[in-house]
Design a protein around this ligand. Structure first.
Ligand SMILES: *[C@@H]1O[C@H](CO)[C@@H](O)[C@H](O)[C@H]1NC(C)=O
Ligand SMILES: *[C@@H]1O[C@H](CO)[C@@H](O)[C@H](O)[C@H]1NC(C)=O
Length: 395
């Protein structure tokens, strides 16, 4: 009887010890976890150009509850120093983007007033993170935010609260249209504080040209900076001419970035570069968005999936992207029926090499241009990366 009691006590004692050990050990793991988490933060740069669907793709990231999103922080650099060229400004832009990734918002001191509010930030209201705690209580972090409501209810938040907010997210995502090459970003890939991945979003230059023509004057300042001409071309003819000049720079940058990522620096960019064509997103949004999320290490939640379905099928409530998928496809092909062939021919001469590389087939006549049954979107050319797993290679 007594022996049994002792045995039982010993067994119980050992069991308690084991439990305590396990508990302490797991506690210790919990205790060191935050710094690990800090190390495993993901920084995504959506690198695109004007009128290429980057606001839409940015929104897809912004609405994810794990993402702190900012749209075009470099706008402030360009506006503040608008007498300089893109080439001169690119390092300032890079350093602002790096600081922002690290949640160091003091980098904005150079471009904004001391006692600033979040609403002084360019297009702040499209960031769900700036419309929910700890920035603002109007939305919960898991809500889908609406920019108009956010603007109304969250515009008085102090700018400095962004640092604290930014630090509570596992992913920081920045959308930029003001990079024309990748080389200046190389130091960020080897930066021990960063875990940088780039989504390079491109669009058919013929569609971009058409979209840019509609907003010729809104783009004058940016054009001047791209071309280094101080935005002086104001007459219609000159504005049109500069539009082609800018398109030339944009297409050149597609080639530079794509070639560098795929041929010159595949090791540095191993699994850190992904090229996405806007047309593929329009045709199969869920497939492309799932691929981008996977690349970024984000889960596509059922709520987000439903939201993406709704906004691409015209059922978004108060969303900025009221396009049906049929609509989106016809909008993305509007250049085929609405642009004169001379302009198409001209842009094809300027951007032909980029178009061949990205899989946009050129048309040789007005007839071909207007023959909508002829699909001009070729399958994306696959580079044979040695580091791609067979699984990824197959998709
Ligand atoms: C914030 O929004 C309110 C309501 O729309 C408006 O009256 C106010 O002027 C805004 N304040 C700032 C600083 O933008
Ligand atoms: C999508 O639309 C349906 C039907 O209007 C609605 O019931 C659902 O809540 C919407 N989903 C989201 C995430 O907004």
């Amino acid at each position: 009887m007594r022996l049994t009691f002792i045995t039982t006590s010993i067994v119980a004692f050992v069991a308690i010890q084991a439990l305590a050990f396990f508990f302490l050990y797991s506690r210790q793991n919990v205790a060191i976890y935050p710094s690990n988490e800090q190390d495993s933060k993901v920084h995504i740069l959506i690198l695109s150009s004007w009128r290429s669907g980057s606001s839409f793709v940015g929104q897809v990231f912004s609405q994810h509850p794990d993402v702190f999103y900012l749209m075009e922080p470099a706008w402030h650099v360009w506006v503040q120093m608008n007498r300089n060229s893109a080439k001169v400004l690119k390092m300032a832009v890079r350093d602002l983007v790096r600081s922002t990734f690290l949640c160091d918002m003091s980098a904005f001191d150079a471009y904004m007033s001391e006692d600033r509010l979040v609403s002084h930030l360019f297009q702040w209201e499209v960031s769900r993170a700036l419309c929910s705690p700890p920035m603002c209580n109007h939305y919960a972090r898991t809500d889908l935010s609406n920019d108009l409501m956010c603007k109304k209810h969250c515009n008085m938040t102090k700018f400095f609260k962004m640092e604290e907010a930014c630090k509570t997210y596992s992913h920081v995502v920045i959308k930029e249209v003001r990079f024309f090459e990748l080389k200046s970003l190389f130091p960020l890939f080897t930066d021990p504080l960063l875990n940088l991945k780039i989504i390079h979003l491109v669009r058919d230059p013929r569609a971009v040209l058409k979209s840019r023509e509609k907003s010729l004057y809104a783009l004058v300042r940016d054009n001047g900076i791209v071309l280094g001409t101080e935005g002086k071309q104001l007459e219609k003819e000159k504005a049109e001419a500069s539009n082609y000049e800018v398109m030339k720079e944009i297409c050149k940058s597609h080639i530079l970035i794509h070639e560098l990522a795929n041929e010159e620096a595949p090791n540095l960019l191993k699994q850190r570069y992904m090229m996405v064509r806007y047309e593929d997103v329009v045709r199969d949004p869920l497939k492309e968005i799932s691929a981008m999320y996977k690349f970024a290490g984000l889960n596509l939640t059922p709520k987000l999936e439903s939201w993406v379905y709704n906004i691409t099928h015209g059922e978004g409530t108060g969303s900025a992207f009221k396009i049906t998928s049929r609509n989106a496809r016809s909008i993305s092909e509007a250049w085929r029926t609405e642009m004169p062939y001379e302009k198409i021919s001209k842009i094809q001469k300027i951007c032909g090499k980029a178009m061949d590389m990205l899989g946009y087939e050129q048309v040789q006549s007005e007839y071909e241009q207007k023959l909508l049954s002829r699909d001009l979107l070729l399958p994306q050319r696959k580079y044979k990366f040695s580091w791609l797993s067979s699984d990824e290679d197959a998709t």
